[in-house]
Design a protein around this ligand. Sequence first.
Ligand code: PBG
Length: 327
Amino acid sequence: MLDKHFDRHRRLRSSATMRDLVRETVLHKEDLIYPIFVKEENTPKSEVTSMPGVYQYPLHELESEVKELLDLGIKAVILFGLPDDKDDVGSGAYHQHGIVQEATRVIKKLAPEMLVIADTCLCEFTDHGHCGVIKEGSVLNDESLELLKKTAVSQAEAGADIIAPSNMMDGFVKVIREGLDEAGFYDIPIMSYAVKYASAFYGPFREAANSAPQFGDRKTYQMDPANRLEALREAASDEKEGADFLIVKPSLSYMDIIRDVRNQTNLPVVAYNVSGEYAMVKAASANGWIDEKRIVLEMLTSMKRAGVSLIITYFAKDVATYLREDA
Ligand code: PBG
């Protein structure tokens, strides 16, 4: 008899059934939130060049999209709007008949069971492309909050189930919570983009949402990618101000932040698997350089392992299809 003194880790990897038995993290279609870009312009749906498989939809083409999502078992979407007209105060964001408000009404009418999350920001609606109002070249914090509050309330009035503010102004959760409560929407949760970095990974989104800043950058309100403690301060503020979910964004380069936030809070943490992360995989896959299905499942499983409960991802439909294939 051999006398060996080491651990036999391979025992628990010996067969597919054994591995299934000890798997610690499992991805479910219920974990996925699918982003949808809706345009006011009444032209056929158009594909975003840098995001193959992602489209900008006119209102009347939402029906087939929603049906496809429900068939796949995806029951949560987050909406981004492309208005026909922009101005310096982002009026389209809080107009009663703004594109996000109208798309919300259309989806909730077609499919009341579909959870509609409204992204609450001004950058898609301002002619300068910043997430707040501008004075002498800088983005004003408190003045922007009033407009964001109006935006959130109008989205809730249109039927949004969750408000997701992504603007990174200080105090946005507090002010939006107050606005929703005053309007009687105390049951509508806030999914806060609590930790949002000034990231190059948003490049393709800015093409999709036509929201690139026309001057400067977003570094005075979005976070420095070098900072970790600051992320915990941002997450703590949003929790104290009343957030119901905390988003970390982007996700792949920020797995340490996801884990830190997970360890600090008992709220559900959400990863935003952003446009640049999607585009890189699609490009490599189109070249035949990677196995797209395995890469995507590995990336998203890793986000869950890092500590998130939910993932906002352009891969949602692909993943739901993969999970069905593998079931
Ligand atoms: C709006 C917003 C952005 C994204 C989500 N909401 C862009 C930005 O802040 O520049 C990016 C999402 C993605 O890249 O997929 N502020």
